[in-house]
Design a protein around this ligand. Sequence first.
Ligand code: AHR
Length: 507
Amino acid sequence: MIPARLTLDPHFAVGPVNRRLFGSFVEHLGRCVYDGIYEPGHPAADEHGFRTDVIDLVRELGVSAIRYPGGNFVSGYRWEDGVGPRDERPTRLDLAWHSRETNEIGLDEFAVWLGKVGSEMMYAVNLGTRGVQEALDVLEYANLRSGTTLSDQRFANGAAEPHDIRIWCLGNEMDGPWQLGHGTARAYGELASKTARAMRQIDPDLELVVCGSSSAHMPTFGTWEREVLEETYDDIDFISCHAYYEPIDGDYASFLASAVDMDGFIDSVVATADHVKAVRGSDKTINISFDEWNVWYQSRYNDVDRITAVDDWPIAPRLLEDSYSVVDAVVFGNLLISLIRHADRVTAASLAQLVNVIAPIMTEPGGPAWRQTTFFPFAAASRLARGVTLELKLECPTYETPRYGDVPIVDAVATCDEEEGRTAVFLVNRSLDEEVTIEVDVRLLGDVDLGDVESLHDDDMHAANTLERRDRVRPKANTTATLHDGIVAVTLPPVSWTTLTLARRAG
Ligand code: AHR
């Protein structure tokens, strides 16, 4: 049994937890849209063809803003293909995923779906094969009330109210050689700056996200951010980060420490943004939109799933349908801890993605929808992480990893909602084989009662929820937790993710 100690002090806050941290991502990719959120003919489909069982799960997950329509997809997308009478919409090649796009779902339908799940739209414009004019057009179509051809077209297409999209991504992963229209940081930065300035001539209050690196391991990482920000600093609000993790060659010790990499990624981008700020003598701060993050078995996609045959362009193929295990969910929960820990600078984030494609929600055509293991940490964090993130003092032993050297066995973050008198603590035990007993000193919170304590763990860390066994894995009450004299003691099983709540005592 490994000992650990954590001290909470409500007087020291990192920053407010922005609801946009709990965003997600719906791309026209595989079965995310078609046979995912949309399946007319399914017994649970509503009048628009949207699956109500999926809507219920998305609501339960607690997703704030949803990024749409891509992803790599957006860099070849013509937004106008997806609006207007359905029978007139063209079918196009989607070069990013070697698929066919029928355009049955587009901006207006997606806005209807967002209304049903209660989430905000985060819209990405195509800066791969397109540019300033098309970004202006889609903004005018989406947000202008009426009185122009494009806004009146939206009205005529059945969307009487403007979509009022507040947050926009200026392209996607433009640092990646795989991206349609990929070029240098300077070339992209110039285009993003022109696009941002033009969009602000329609609406100066838009929130704009410029593309950072598609991974901290890109050869251009750091330089890309600096050069793009040098071109765009005054015109944008956020720079994006993207990161995916998977176990490499069975190295679970390093995999379990993936959040160490995410922490370093965030700190480096913050440092780069602040360097550009300092050089410019600017008083404006650029924050991070971590708008793609997850566990993704990318090697499986590259080795098995990728479609390459020249004449094979399927509609909504099964792509990136990773089945997530307990260890994946623990790593995933730890990535959430990293995002919440950086609440002062990471003010938006999107779990990539939402349904079927590296997703917390899976569906079977004509069949059920179910929660993957990763559903649970996301839903719990979205529900419980309120108020401000607290600065923590965590003492625990370290363990050795091949990729990251010595890393702490435990990771933790805590949030405190002073008004509601509620504190939430999120804990990970990264040890592959040992329990940790952690003592959480909560004396500075005053008189509190211990609320629910739940752990996601299984004796088989590879256990997963599948079509056949949809409820195999769920978080369970952690009955080891006690509170005596301001100290919560709780035992964390190996490879586990735990939530612990405290409520101020009434009176
Ligand atoms: O989320 C899957 C893909 O990962 C996205 O389309 C792309 O932006 C990233 O490389």
